[in-house]
Design a protein around this ligand. Sequence first.
Ligand code: B12
Ligand code: SF4
Length: 489
Amino acid sequence: MIYPPSKTQGHTDCPLGILMLAAVLGEAGYDVRILDANAQNNRKNVEGLVLTAESIKPDIIGMTLLTSLIREAYDLASKLKSPDVKLLAGGPHATILPEEALANGFDAVVEGEGEAVIVEAVEALLGLRSMEDVPGWRYIDGEGRIKRTGPKPPIIDLDSLPSPARHLVSQDDYGGRQNPSLFSCVLTSRGCPARCSFCSGTLFGKKFRPRSAENILDEIFHTQRSYGTRHFHFTDDTTTMNSRRMISICEGLIEKRLDIEWSLMTRIDTVSEDLLSHLSRAGCTEIHYGIESGHPETLRRIHKPHTVEIVRRRVPLTAEMGIKPILYFIVGFPWEGPEAIQATLNLMEELSPYVGYYHPAIASVLVPFPGTEIYEEHKKQYGFENWWLTSDWNYDVPRKETHSYMESKIFIMGSVLDADFFDYSKEAKKKIIEVFKFMYLHNIRIQKSFFNPARKALLELSDRLQSFSPRLERMVFTPLQKLRRKAWS
Ligand code: B12
Ligand code: SF4
């Protein structure tokens, strides 16, 4: 099972999807290996993955397809393709565009969650059962035609699934440099009833499906026992959707007296003062909220289920309870001019005394992911149909040669602004840069590093030189950029 390589990101979270499938296949007696190309201490490029796969000689290679990694994944598939191996795809991009995956070398695609059908899919690919007998997938039949089988029902009883096969990856590969404690992620529920227009949330559906508190506590307890894990991160879409369940998890954690910290991702409209107080007492240290915007009109148009007022009340409340709020924002919706972006910047400034850090996710400038309302409504007007298949719209690899020193620092992993999906005006771009500069300065300030004054001074110098003469800025900063580029490669 392969998680394909990213040119820019090692990831801090373990690849839960393929670890879940590996656990199910392991129970059925299959020998499964995990190749996570972005594991922090063991990153692999396409060539490295091909060599490793050749030495393992698997019967079937499964791959998670994400839009952000799709060109690497298709390149990898074309190099792995051989009559001796079957290629199976799954994951968000494969669910949204299964036929594209089949056209790019895969023999079959499982749509949506994989646990309920993975054993049948493997049996069919090994020739042990008919391909038509596997629900919820598409495959290429003996005559080269694409076949689709009927839908598979969602897994209602998530407690019936085994725990992810964590023993197949090295726990040291996850957690991030800022979080050196042994780290593991846990998925405590699936599905989100909201319908945000930028979100590729189709994979787990709209119905919230929780695991029971006992089942989650059991996974945490055994993972901590087996690996000495000190920090758990709940990566659900909306962990706190059902507060009664969440309070039971908190009570269980307090009762078990595990020496752990934990964090979660959720919607800010689903947390109350009472719930936050339970979370805090049970060791929750961080909550990741998708705030997205400080512009009320934008929040309404993207169907975000909260208002600016809710954010204004609950971010400080979270901090007062001793939990760090980690905020995610998106700027550059197609209708947003400089005033709308300024409204988001104003909200960031207002909240900054309470904020742990602003998450430096590369899509903080809007990326129109396939299958989303934003993509469907704007692809024709802006001409970005199927952008992920070409390098013209490349948004994640920094184009350092066109960036000032400051830009290359504040757009930490990428160049979304270069991709310019929505033809931003000069003023809007300037405002976007201000937002990112603000986030960068906030994030380095809270790191309290000895180098901060120097970092800040370099940033300001680059900014001033750039507005005076971009050529001069390049002359001064190119040697520094070259040094950094060397460090990157
Ligand atoms: C945690 C997380 C991350 C982590 C890392 C995830 C990791 N290591 O796997 C971090 C923070 C690094 C991250 C970053 C990004 N993420 Co993210 N992330 C998530 C999140 C919240 C949970 C992922 C998870 O653990 N899911 C739980 C497991 C069990 O599900 P799963 O991996 O999908 O696997 C199931 C099925 O997909 C399927 N399956 C998966 N692989 C395979 C393979 C085979 C062979 C088969 C048969 C089936 C199969 O079966 C699995 C079990 O049911 C999801 C949202 C979500 N609800 O899933 C977004 C999500 C995956 N991320 C998304 C995005 C957009 C990003 C970023 C581009 C955003 C950004 N701003 O930077 C980056 C790109 C990362 C990259 N590597 O390129 C989108 C992907 C959309 C798309 N079209 O690809 C999602 C769906 C969020 C959303 N709703 O829009 N992400
Ligand atoms: S609340 Fe989060 S997971 Fe749910 S639809 Fe909106 S962005 Fe997606």
